[in-house]
Write a protein that binds this ligand. Structure first.
Ligand code: ZN
Length: 161
């Protein structure tokens, strides 16, 4: 069983508000919309409990996470009418993880949404190339964020999530 870390109370993704704003959840995971999406639909799958790394997750959590992420991706596909997705985890500081709470990025993709289909990194400023988790990208307003989350919530409920 995971022991609480000293900064757990300070963790961005452990804050109660985050889980209250999720658009879908499973027993141990929640799907939330990114406040600063790289592309429309950019969402995160996070464990409800504080885990920093994928390596710390029990095997049954891994299985649940992938199944839940697949379902959340179906919701995004429906709402954002996209035909592809980037899934990425920055696991560890050297990999660009800035929020020390495990999260899987799901980034919906459409044809010609970026100059090179395999290069969504191009959306990240040169000096922040590692920071997919960047706190510096332009953020949505509360109204924009709530409107998108409401739409996702409705779609997730309609799809049985
Ligand atoms: Zn946390």
């Amino acid at each position: 069983m995971k022991t609480p870390s000293p900064y757990e109370e300070e963790c961005l993704f452990c804050k109660k508000r985050i889980l209250e704003n999720c658009f879908a959840s499973s027993l141990n995971f929640a799907a939330i919309y990114n406040i600063a999406p790289i592309l429309p639909g950019h969402s995160l799958i996070i464990p409800k409990k504080h885990f920093i790394s994928l390596i710390e997750l029990p095997d049954d959590y891994i299985a649940e996470m992938m199944v839940f992420a697949k379902k959340a991706t179906s919701v995004l596909k429906h709402v954002f009418e996209c035909d592809g997705f980037d899934w990425t985890i920055q696991d560890g500081v050297s990999a660009g993880q800035t929020v020390p709470h495990l999260h899987l990025h799901i980034i919906p993709r459409k044809p010609l949404d970026l100059p090179e289909s395999n290069e969504w990194f191009a959306k990240i400023p040169e000096n922040e190339k590692q920071l997919i988790d960047s706190q510096h990208r332009e953020r949505l307003s509360n109204d924009e964020y709530n409107a998108i989350t409401s739409k996702l919530l409705l779609a997730a409920k309609c799809m049985g999530l």
